[in-house]
Every structure is written in C-alpha cells, then in structure tokens.
Design a protein around this ligand. Structure first.
Ligand code: ATP
Ligand code: MG
Length: 363
C-alpha cells in the first residue's frame, strides 16, 4: 500500500450561509500528482487554501505527513502554494522574489545562494534574476512563481490553476514540463484546474468536485472510461448518453434496448459500478465519441447501426461528426480521416461493446 501524505477527513467550510466544502474526505498519496478538477465555484481554491493553512478548518481534519495540522500556521506546514495570479512582488527583482521565503526564515546567505543557483538553473531562468516581474513574460512569471515555491523544498506543492494565464500553446508545453519536474523531484503535488484535458494529461489521480463535494476519485482512465455518474462523464470530455432498458444481464454481457434497437455491452463486470444491472431496469449507456467506428459496409453484426450525418467539423487529426441514429444525435470522432472523408449522407457505424460504460439511474 502506498503511503498517504495528505489526508483530509470530513472537511466542511462555509462562507456565511453558503456551504462551500461539504464533508470532503480525500487521501493523497506520497509523491503523487493529484488534481482537483471541477467547474468554477465548486470549491477547489477553498480546499487548496485550507490545506495550505490560509483558511481555518471549521469542521473535520487536515493531516500532512501523519500530523494533524488544523491549528498549525501556514508557514510551518511544509506545504507551499503557487497562486493563480503568481502574486510576485512587483517592486522586487526576480532574485529577491525567489529568495524571499528563505530570507524571512533567516537562512544563511551562502545557503540561499546555493539553493538559488540550483533552482534557477533547473528551471532555466538564470538570465531573469535582475529584472522585475513587470519586465518578464507570463510564462516566465509562471516559472519564477514555481521557483519561489520549490526553493523552499516543501514536502507538498500546491498549485492553483498555474497555467490559466498563459496562451494555449504555452499551456500545453508547460503542462508537460511541470509534470516532468514533479516526477523528477517526486514531490507530492496538489493541482487545481477546471480544464479536463490538463487534468487527464498531468495527473496520477483526479478528484472531481461539484458544489463542494467530491464526485469521484480515480486515475485519469478511471474517470474517463468508468465515470461513476453522468456529471463526471460529461465533465471529463465529450460523451454520448443513451438511455435504455436492461433486457438481459450476465457476467459476459448486458443487453440494453434503446429506441427499439438492442445494444450489447461487454464492459468487464469489474469495471461496472456498484452491482450487476437487473433486467427491466432503466439504465444509461455512456459512450465516448472515439468508441464509435464508421463502417465501410452494411451493418450485420453486434452493435452495428445505420445513421445519417447531420454535421461535421474538421479538426486536423480527426473529424467530429454529429450523426442521427438510434433516435438521437450521436457524436462520433474519426481519427486519421481520409482526405475524401464523407461529409454528409447515410452511414453505418459500430459501437465498441467493450467501451460502453453503464451508469445506474440512482447515481
Ligand atoms: N472569501 C470568500 N468569501 C465568501 N465567499 C467566498 C470566498 N471565497 C470563495 N467564496 C465562494 O465559495 C465558492 C467556492 O469558491 P472557490 O474559489 O473555492 O471556487 P473554485 O472552484 O476555485 O472556482 P474557480 O474555478 O472559479 O477558481 C464560490 O461560490 C465563491 O463565490
Ligand atoms: Mg479557484
């Protein structure tokens, strides 16, 4: 069993009458990259700030490294936070910004110099030291903010949407770099974002939040392919939902009738949530756009259906189609499409029975 590093137990917090964190429990593994993912206002920053020690714990418990830190002041928690807007001191140069925390701690000058040298070479920002925050780019500010946190050699790194001020291309490249840094340092990292692509790309574990509650905790592929509920399924990527009625249910397969058609589900029983579906019950099928394949020929076997292309967009590496079929509109992604790909008309397609996930009505 991997060791838990940060443990949150039954944590609640309100601002006035509004409950912002609602009985949150979460264990964060030592050395892992854990992302808090959720829509704006769901409580991500509040949870991160509570772990950092900027908010008092009203109810519940926060532990870091086997120590309950509810009453431990922020600077003694060994958890350092990088803020969304970086919060660099505008009147100090980059050297002074990065060494600020060590200077406050009264660290000896030669030790500060050694750590500064190490951190700035590692992050490749040596040439910025004499400038002020106003004289460097957004991406460089992001690095400086990270340097200011890492130089403290914290046990836990807390990052609040650190990439949200950067342009799309830079965001993608810094994403990979940040993940690399985290893996090299093996530092326990809690990362906040509302960007699902970022969460999937960077995390070992994702905790998905909604209205102050945690909806699911799992690996990126868990939450992508095995969402516990419709909220998680639709928040983490694009999804087709098909409602139907269970006709047969066995270990090997589940057959679901939807709009007069029979859809076979061969998801592994271990991947189903809670329990086996019961014949007669209403159920929702969750199907990713890439789990539907266009067919050259007439459908004949399991899960092959006919449909009509209603719309499409060319995305370079793929084409996204909107197809009328099974009494609804389905989104279908075709990767590496031929240049003469169809743009309209009737088509046949097959849904990958192993990649259909069942969502129960009660969840
Ligand atoms: N200091 C505060 N006083 C009162 N209400 C607050 C305070 N801070 C946050 N809130 C409210 O608490 C809720 C959660 O806020 P929080 O900043 O944690 O959300 P978030 O998930 O980080 O959102 P975003 O993605 O927009 O940053 C929001 O409804 C917000 O308006
Ligand atoms: Mg926030």
């Amino acid at each position: 069993m991997a060791e838990s590093h940060v443990i949150i137990r039954n944590l609640s917090k309100s601002f006035g009458k509004t409950k912002v964190l609602d009985d949150i429990s979460l264990e964060i593994e030592k050395g892992s990259f854990t992302t808090l993912l959720g829509p704006s206002g769901c409580g991500k920053t509040t949870l991160l700030r509570t772990i950092a020690g900027f908010y008092e714990v009203e109810k519940g418990e926060v532990s870091i490294g086997n120590r309950v830190v509810n009453t431990v002041p922020s600077h003694l928690r060994n958890a350092v936070m990088v803020f969304q807007d970086y919060a660099l001191f505008p009147h100090m140069n980059i050297r002074e910004n990065i060494t600020y925390g060590l200077r406050i701690r009264k660290t000896p000058a030669e030790e500060i110099e050694r750590k500064l040298e190490k951190t700035v070479s590692y992050l490749d920002i040596k040439n910025l030291l004499d400038r002020t925050p106003g004289e460097i780019s957004g991406g460089q500010q992001q690095r400086v903010a990270l340097a200011r946190a890492l130089i403290m050699e914290p046990e836990v790194l807390l990052l609040d949407e650190p990439l949200s001020n950067l342009d799309a291309k830079l965001r993608v490249s810094i994403r990979a770099e940040l993940r690399q840094i985290q893996q090299n340092l093996k530092i326990t990292t809690i990362y906040v974002t509302h960007d699902q692509a970022e969460a999937l790309a960077m995390s070992d574990t994702i905790a998905i939040m909604k209205n102050g509650k945690i909806m699911q905790v799992g690996s990126p592929s868990d939450v992508y392919y095995r969402p516990d509920n419709a909220f998680v399924a639709s928040f983490v990527g694009t999804v087709n939902f098909i409602e139907g009625t269970v006709k047969t249910s066995s270990e090997e397969k589940v057959e679901v009738e939807a709009n007069g058609s029979l859809i076979t589900v061969r998801e592994k029983p271990a991947d189903r949530q809670i329990r086996a579906p019961r014949p007669g019950e209403k159920i929702t099928l969750s199907i990713r756009p890439e789990s539907i394949k266009m067919l050259e020929n007439e459908p004949e076997d399991e899960n092959s259906f006919r449909g009509t292309i209603k719309n499409y967009i060319f995305e370079g590496s793929s084409i996204r189609y909107w197809v009328n079929a099974l009494g609804r509109e389905l989104i279908v992604d075709v990767f590496n499409p031929p240049e003469n790909a169809l743009h309209a008309g009737d088509i046949c397609f097959r849904i990958d029975s192993a990649r259909i996930h069942l969502i129960f009505q009660e969840s």
